[in-house]
Design a protein around this ligand. Structure first.
Ligand code: GLC
Length: 731
């Protein structure tokens, strides 16, 4: 007699009779255990794998109930388990080359723009908005929550992520996840972990010690998981210390499940599962299984479970974890279906607020900005500013209704040539938004394709505004930080012709600026989303006082990076899927910088940035004073010492430990102030920023520590010293 079947039958009776225990229990773990106990073995390999329900994929019949999107996992109606309908991603419900869903979605600005807001509450609102659109389109899983740290600014997915600092990324990412899940849908947090480049992404081997990982990338995930409680963690394509991230016992079983006590489930990235044994290493669900060599987590898992108790226990735990996430988000009680109502205007308003708060004023010589509405002649040049605003490509690509305003083909003949292109959102084009604010001006536009033409236009204008773009896509890294297609030369020539030249950058990441000293002002607008044109013009004309602060260091030179040569960039042809690498044994040695990436690396090595982490100018001025630190609490006062309202980001840095100088962001707060207004700010210092990870736990050595307030990572106020007692803990 098969005890498991009998057990299931009895448990089923309980479920069917609505046992008092079950009926009363809202505890997702108890519900998950009861439902799993009622499953037959055949049912235990249903929700452990899913497909990519896209009609064009070979061998895929779009299953009943699937919504065209990233993934579909069939539910089990007998047990009230809903289908999982999955889509991307962090910047809005993705449209991915027009293959998902009949209509568009609201495009938030890029992750770098969101990271530049340093506004935790706004991140939650943005997440709530895209989560509501996912629900309205019939999706109950949003594959969002990208919190990988920006270890290399050339990483082609930098535009999807939030920044280079674990506290900043963890708090902002966690808020976005919480916002998404407030719609009774599951969000992921991804890509777990140390997924730092696209070149040979399926095999590049991220080498890093446990301590260095725990104090950087893993800390970002830990904080995001604490704050956001994501139902699922998506493991990454790359290797970590020789083992694939989705089959990595250290990452999944030891860190995530044992040390962190994570109760949800680990889903694979699409095409990231190399074998059935990944189940034993901690993977719970095989996503997009048709992209893998085979469906491991189906019949193969069932057969392994029949002969091996380790697989049997894993199979049951996999189901309990997926069910835990389903019940924690109440997916079964709040079923989704396509065709829900969407308030496009309200949603676009949120996207615009993110854009306005995410735009960073990098340079403003002689207060060239804001522009006066009475300016007479404006030459607008380049960047498709007459068309729309730039967006990033790959799985996170979002389209508004009607699709892109313009797409620039990548060329080539491979499968991705038709699917990946440089796309411009249908925002009000920046040119039109500028014209609307400078009604008395003669505003001209030149594409910038011909430098002499652009120079001729600029030399006849009071102000020249050059839009310069760096497009990024999943699957490709940048070879360097230059602006592509001769834009650096264009800017230099225009600035030579007109000293009142303003550069508006739409980039996914940090870029070099060889022309910087010749310009009057530089505005970093990132990929500003569906209302990007309005947001850019609002900042240029002073309707919005810029409050963005850099979430990533703009290095003075690539030579200043821990790995000046991007790993594999000289040996591997870009192929979007990053398949190369296995036989090449490609390694990324993250222990060069360890947990000191970005501004921390510059502080440790005495380097100065082109523009430092946390940098951003304003149309007013601020002062911070009265810093006091007692234990893990800090307080200080911020004052708006200028003539107009504005917001700033108070940044508290640890700058020294008993072991010597060490800079780490220890807390931050965005503060809006009227002219002359002062505000007292109290901050809790994150102890894991002060601590070191050693011998399997966090340790704060007793002794003197120094903290300082900063306008950015390099411009710090007078430090204060505080004695901290020795302390050790596990979590
Ligand atoms: C991708 C990405 C991941 C995305 C998934 C589904 O290749 O790495 O971020 O969620 O596939 O589209």
């Amino acid at each position: 007699m098969n005890l498991h079947r009998t057990g299931s039958a009895i448990a089923l009776v309980f479920v069917a009779l609505g046992s008092p225990l079950l009926a009363q229990s809202q505890d997702p773990a108890a519900r998950a255990a009861a439902t799993e106990a009622a499953m037959t073995d055949e049912e235990r390999v249903v929700i452990t794998n899913g497909v990519m329900p896209l009609p064009f994929l070979p061998g895929v019949k779009v299953p009943e109930g699937a919504v065209p999107g990233a993934g579909f996992v069939p539910g089990i109606p007998r047990l009230g388990i809903p289908n999982l309908t999955e889509t991307d991603a962090s910047l809005g419900v993705s449209y991915v080359m027009g293959l998902r869903g009949p209509e568009g979605a609201t495009a938030l600005p890029s992750g770098t723009a969101m990271g530049s807001t340093w506004n935790v509450e706004l991140m939650r609102r943005g997440g709530a908005m895209i989560g509501s659109e996912a629900r309205a389109k019939g999706f109950n899983v949003l594959l969002a929550g990208g919190v990988n740290l920006m270890r290399d600014p050339r990483n082609g997915r930098t535009f999807e992520y939030l920044g280079e600092d674990p506290l900043h990324s963890g708090l902002l990412g966690g808020a976005a996840i919480a916002g998404i899940q407030s719609n009774h849908i599951i969000s992921t947090v991804k890509h777990f972990a140390l997924n730092g480049q696209e070149t040979a992404r399926n095999f590049v081997n991220s080498k890093i010690t446990d301590a260095n990982a725990r104090e950087s990338d893993l800390l970002a995930f830990k904080i995001a998981i604490e704050r956001g409680q994501p139902g699922s963690v998506m493991c990454a394509y790359n290797r970590v210390n020789d083992a694939q991230a989705c089959g990595n016992d250290y990452l999944l079983n030891q860190v995530l499940k044992r040390d962190w006590g994570y109760k949800g489930f680990v889903m694979s990235d699409w095409g990231a599962v190399h074998g059935l044994d990944f189940a034993l290493k901690g993977l719970d669900q095989q996503s997009g299984a048709q992209l893998d060599p085979k469906v491991f987590f189906g019949k193969d898992l069932l057969e392994a479970a029949a002969r091996d108790p380790a697989y049997r226990e894993r199979m049951r735990d996999m189901n309990r974890r997926i069910l835990y996430a389903i019940y924690a988000a109440n997916l079964d009680k709040h079923p989704v279906s396509p065709g829900g109502a969407i308030d496009r205007k309200a949603n676009a308003d949120i996207a615009e607020e993110v854009a306005r708060q995410g735009i960073v004023l990098l340079r403003n010589r002689g207060n060239a900005l804001p522009l006066a509405a009475t300016v007479k002649r404006i030459a607008v040049i380049g960047g498709y500013a007459d068309t729309g605003v730039l967006s990033g490509a790959g799985s996170s690509q979002v389209h508004g209704d009607g699709g892109a305003a313009a797409t620039v083909s990548l060329g080539g003949t491979g499968p991705f040539a038709a699917l990946i292109s440089e796309q411009y959102h249908r925002s009000t084009p920046p040119l039109d938004a500028i014209k609307a604010r400078a009604r008395d001006a003669k505003v001209t536009f030149r594409t910038g394709a011909y430098i002499t033409d652009a120079v001729a236009s600029a030399s006849k204008a009071d102000v020249a505004i050059v839009f310069a773009n760096q497009w990024q896509t999943e699957g490709l890294d940048q070879p360097d930080l230059s602006l592509p297609r001769g834009q650096d030369a264009l800017i230099a020539a225009v600035a030579a012709a007109n000293p009142n030249t303003i550069v508006v950058l739409q980039t996914g990441s940090a870029v070099a600026m060889p022309w910087l000293e010749q310009t009057a002002a530089v505005v970093e607008a990132w990929y500003p989303g569906v209302r990007g044109g309005e947001a850019i013009a609002a900042v240029l004309f002073g309707e919005t006082n810029p409050s963005g602060r850099l979430p990533i260091t703009f290095p003075a030179s690539i030579a200043d990076l821990p790995r000046p040569k991007l790993d594999g960039s000289d040996t591997i042809e870009p192929d979007f899927q990053g398949r190369a690498g296995a036989e090449l044994g490609l390694e990324a040695d993250y222990d060069i910088e360890g947990s000191d990436l970005g501004y921390r690396w510059n502080a440790r090595t005495g380097r100065k940035a082109l523009f430092p982490f946390g940098h951003g100018l304003s149309y007013t001025s601020f002062e911070s004073s009265g810093l006091k630190v007692a234990g893990m609490k800090a307080s200080f006062t911020v004052t708006n010492t200028g003539q107009r309202e504005g917001a700033t980001v108070a940044q508290l840095y640890m700058v020294a430990t008993p072991g010597g100088p060490q800079q780490r962001l220890a807390g931050f707060r965005k503060v809006s102030l009227k002219p002359g207004e002062s505000r007292k700010v109290a901050l809790e210092i994150e102890p894991r920023i002060v601590a070191e990870w050693e011998n399997g736990g966090w340790s704060i050595a007793g002794g003197e520590y120094r903290f300082a307030l900063g306008d950015d990572a390099e411009n710090l106020g007078q430090p204060v010293t505080v004695k901290l007692p020795a302390r050790r803990w596990a979590k």
